[in-house]
Design a binder for this molecule. Structure first.
Ligand code: PEP
Ligand code: MG
Length: 590
């Protein structure tokens, strides 16, 4: 690709390498901060400014009513209620008259008055004792933004509608933003916030979109139309590259493609260590279309199907038939290998706006994942019936996320029985012997793994959350990144003991956190006795290469030494020293 170089001096920004690959292209900058114009008006302008405000509010009202009727037509009555608050506020003179009065008394433009009075109401709602009102503050914020968007003529960016091949630069992106990118030609992205373990980064890796995150505010120096280089492999973003830098990165791009071609040759090989230990490598996927990728990258089945993304990418609650078709698509193609379908892990940063999840669901500690499903049997049973129906078409297993103890596991399994009874009554086939497993991703589950192993058919260790919850470090927050330590002795001990417990109980155990897809960590995991790993499809060939170059014996002796060390720092230093001496092949990959 030929790119025009910049006359400005190149600036190299260092961030977090979130998803590998080198891309040179034009920037599409998303300004998610609304620009609110603020200026005084003359007394004689007040009437026309109020007129402008009334027009904008009528415009928003028409839009909202149209959306609401569409949703009602689709018979999603609960979803339609979402907009009721917006519409009510627009009709409420307490709110609208306050804005008009503000313009008349302070002589300010409509946008500034809407923003200021909106803020006043939002603050009052959020501080209210009344939970209902507190929840409504989010709707009010949305309404205020909508009025300002109309007043200023600014457009909300719809990532699914970008039609040119661009590199998206943004302050932050949600996992649903990233999911939308897959539908069009987004080449790469970079964000000021974010970490490697955030769902946005995980999704970028799965979808093969190169990305750098956690770049900080320096990134604001790039604007739409600028040429930029994204080096997602090393975590660099080069703004205003000159001809020489572009040339250098074009060579990097070629090298990267050559490695990809070399690794692709490993696609159909079974993996084993040098001393003959077979290791199964499965894929983590988020969308049914990714099933093609798993074949391309040579995965043995699907170790984690994150089904929440299908819910996040809709504007309505999917029906049982829609879910069933999506699961059947995957299960049929992956069979005879297994597809582990994880039930909804919504909440935290994974939201489905039409569900209007309670505020606590946005919190990592709140009503999310299995907790949310148990509180919403209608949603949970619909999904379970769809999974069970798909199980008649191939090798499917059910897995529950965020299990903290036996009560939850029993209750969730009880819902599976209800779903089975409902299908039997309807005469619909399913696999009555379907295996039911759990994610071990909370410290409590790891600690009582022996009890859980008696009632779960298999375990999958979710180190992304296990690290987050055992070290009390938000995995999405770049400010506490240095505290998010996969090598912390507590994390290693918990992981090792879960593997041991599963072996003792004779149940299957695999690991599907991001640690599995890291060359050095994968070596440690194999040393702990794991023989099944599941990861983003694009990293599978690399991990296959690493595993086939090491011996299990060496990995075991490395882990035995490491488990004696008291801190993550000492462990890291030790690994590096040992890796250079004992695993020279590994050094090509780190
Ligand atoms: C995990 O927590 O390790 C995991 C695989 O699940 P997720 O990343 O979807 O939370
Ligand atoms: Mg998790």
């Amino acid at each position: 690709m030929t790119q025009r170089s910049s006359a400005q001096t190149p600036i190299t920004l260092t961030g977090i390498a979130a998803s590998p690959g080198v891309v040179i292209g034009e920037v599409f900058r998303i300004h998610d901060q609304l620009d609110i114009p603020r200026h005084p008006i003359r007394p004689e302008q007040v009437d026309s400014e109020i007129h402008r405000l009334d027009d904008a509010m009528a415009h928003v009202q028409r839009d909202l009513s149209a959306i609401r009727s569409r949703i009602l037509l689709d018979a999603h009555r609960k979803d339609a209620d979402i907009f009721q608050v917006h519409i009510m506020m627009l009709d409420d003179p307490m709110f609208t008259d306050r804005i008009r009065q503000d313009m008349e008394t302070r002589y300010i433009n409509a946008e500034a008055a809407v923003a200021d009075i909106g803020d006043e109401f939002i603050r009052a709602f959020s501080a209210s004792e009344n939970v209902h009102l507190r929840e409504k503050s989010v709707d009010l914020k949305d309404l205020v933004q909508q009025i300002i968007f109309v007043l200023t003529g600014q457009e909300r960016v719809d990532l699914s509608n970008l039609d040119t091949e661009v590199i998206v630069l943004a302050h932050d992106l949600t996992p649903s933003d990233t999911a939308l990118m897959r539908k069009n030609g987004i080449l790469a992205f970079a964000t000021e916030l974010g970490t490697r373990i955030s769902h946005t980064a995980i999704l970028a890796r799965s979808l093969g979109i190169p990305a750098v995150v956690g770049l900080g505010s320096e990134m604001a120096k790039a604007e739409t139309g600028d040429v930029v280089i994204i080096d997602g492999t090393h975590g660099y973003v080069i703004l205003h590259p000159n001809a020489e830098t572009i040339q250098q990165y074009q060579t990097e791009q070629e090298k990267y493609h050559a490695v990809e071609v070399e690794l692709a040759s490993l696609r159909d090989t079974e993996v084993q260590t040098r001393d003959g230990q077979r290791i199964e490598i499965a894929a983590n996927i988020e969308f049914h279309e990714e099933v093609e990728l798993i074949q391309k990258h040579g995965a043995k089945g699907i170790g984690l199907y994150r089904t929440e993304y299908f819910f996040m990418n809709q504007d309505h609650l999917p029906s049982e038939d829609e879910l069933f078709e999506s699961y059947r698509y995957v299960v049929e193609r992956v069979s005879p290998e297994v597809t582990i379908i994880r039930t909804l892990d919504l909440g935290g940063d994974k939201l489905a706006p039409y569900l209007r999840l309670p505020r606590s669901s946005h919190s990592l500690m709140g009503l999310r994942a299995i907790r949310l499903c148990l509180k919403h049997p209608d949603i949970f049973l619909t999904q379970l019936r769809a999974i069970l129906r798909a199980s008649a078409y191939g090798n499917a297993k059910i897995m529950f996320p965020m299990i903290s103890g036996l009560d939850e596991l029993r209750e969730a399994k009880w819902f599976v029985e209800i779903a089975q009874a409902e299908l039997t009554q309807r005469g619909i086939p399913f696999n009555p012997e379907i295996e039911i497993g759990i994610m071990i991703e909370l410290p409590s589950a790891a600690i009582i793994a022996d009890l859980l192993a008696k009632e779960a058919d298999f375990f999958s260790i979710g180190t992304n959350d296990l690290i987050q919850y055992s070290l009390a470090v938000d995995r999405r927050n770049e400010e506490t990144l240095s505290l998010y330590e996969p090598l912390h002795p507590a994390v290693l001990r918990l992981t090792q003991s879960v593997v041991q417990v599963a072996h003792d109980a004779g149940i299957d155990v695999s690991l599907c956190g991001e640690m599995a897809g890291d060359p050095v960590f994968s070596l440690l995991l194999i040393g702990m006795g794991l023989t099944k790993l599941s990861m983003s499809p694009p990293v599978i060939p690399e991990i296959k290469k690493v595993i086939s170059s090491i011996s299990l014996k060496e990995a075991q002796s490395l882990i035995a030494e490491i488990m004696k060390l008291p801190t993550a720092g000492e462990i890291e230093v030790y690994i590096w020293k040992e890796a250079v001496e004992r695993f020279p092949e590994l050094m090509n990959w780190v």
